[in-house]
Design a protein around this ligand. Structure first.
Ligand code: ATP
Ligand code: MG
Length: 275
């Protein structure tokens, strides 16, 4: 685990005129593990938001993380993305990338994408343009909208439009999309950066039942090619997409396994599902 640790400077360290350097090629998945957290602790003024949290996500896995308010789910994502530094513990992306030594932007460049609850789309641009603008920076210079797209770039956008079910809305101004469609567009924008791991914090909050259903289908279609960690309180949604479920409580994992198993776990029922 500790051999050949990538030096932070090797990952998106410089922002030269051509944009950032690629680091995903350096992602070592030899043991099939895309994310490995061990004994991560985070304290806020003496309060332990994460308490020796350990978690391992396989490459291509779709992992659901559930747990009561304040359990530490968002804090866990903050640690993975470099927004919060752990006081103790180990966090590796693949075999060699030590996340605790990288900045937020280096982690994003290394291939970890995060979806926040409020979509950060360009409302005055069309759906197509939004995807175009978010293509990997090392593939296209920032002037994108004025440069001609290559056929393969066009194909990549087209593929994403189909995946997020916005093909028909391609030329629509993004500000006019429904709430759910905006969320899908943001997921599409993340996908254009070809992340190896996607973190989604409460992705279906505020969505209609139909939008929630479609989001479940989208996530299921992403699994395998991408690794996903999904945090959500909507249990009907979790039941639809769940493979392995991790339950957090007071900053630690209290149960992990198939949905039926964690649902019937007395500890989980007591602190979360039974309320
Ligand atoms: N920056 C911070 N400063 C102080 N306390 C914080 C900070 N961030 C989180 N906390 C606290 O850490 C605990 C864990 O919060 P976190 O947001 O990770 O929970 P969560 O599981 O995402 O909850 P929810 O389901 O409500 O989103 C909470 O008690 C929260 O108040
Ligand atoms: Mg949260």
């Amino acid at each position: 685990m500790t051999s050949a640790v990538v030096h932070p400077a090797a990952i998106g360290g410089g922002t030269s005129a051509g944009g950032s350097r690629v680091a995903t090629a350096g992602l070592d998945l030899t043991h099939g593990v895309v994310l490995y957290l061990e004994a991560i602790s985070v304290s806020f003024d003496g309060f332990k938001a994460l308490n020796k949290l350990s978690l391992s996500i396989d490459a291509g896995e779709l992992r659901c993380v559930i747990g009561p308010n304040g359990a530490g789910k968002t804090t866990m994502m903050d640690v993975i993305t470099g927004k919060t530094r752990p006081d103790a513990g180990t966090a590796f992306f693949g075999q060699t990338i030590d996340l605790t030594k990288l900045s937020e932007s280096q982690i994003a460049h290394a291939g970890i994408g995060r979806k926040f609850q409020k979509p950060t789309i360009f409302v005055r641009h069309t759906v197509f343009e939004n995807l175009e603008l978010s293509m990997k920076a090392d593939k296209r210079v920032r002037k994108t909208l004025f440069a001609k797209l290559s056929p393969s770039e066009r194909d990549a956008i087209d593929e994403t439009l189909k995946l997020i079910r916005l093909k028909e809305e391609s030329d629509k101004v993004a500000g006019l999309l429904s709430h759910g469609q905006k969320q899908w567009l943001e997921i599409g924008m993340l996908l254009m950066q070809e992340p190896r791991l996607l973190l989604l914090d409460e992705p279906v909050a505020g969505m209609s039942d139909e939008e929630t259903e479609r989001t479940a289908e989208l996530f299921l279609s992403l699994a395998g090619k991408h690794s996903l960690v999904v945090v959500e309180h909507d249990m009907a949604f979790i039941e639809k997409i769940a493979r392995k479920v991790t339950v957090l409580h007071e900053g630690s994992v209290i149960a992990e396994g198939p949905m039926e198993q964690v649902q019937n776990d007395p500890k989980v029922v007591e602190v979360y599902l039974g309320r």
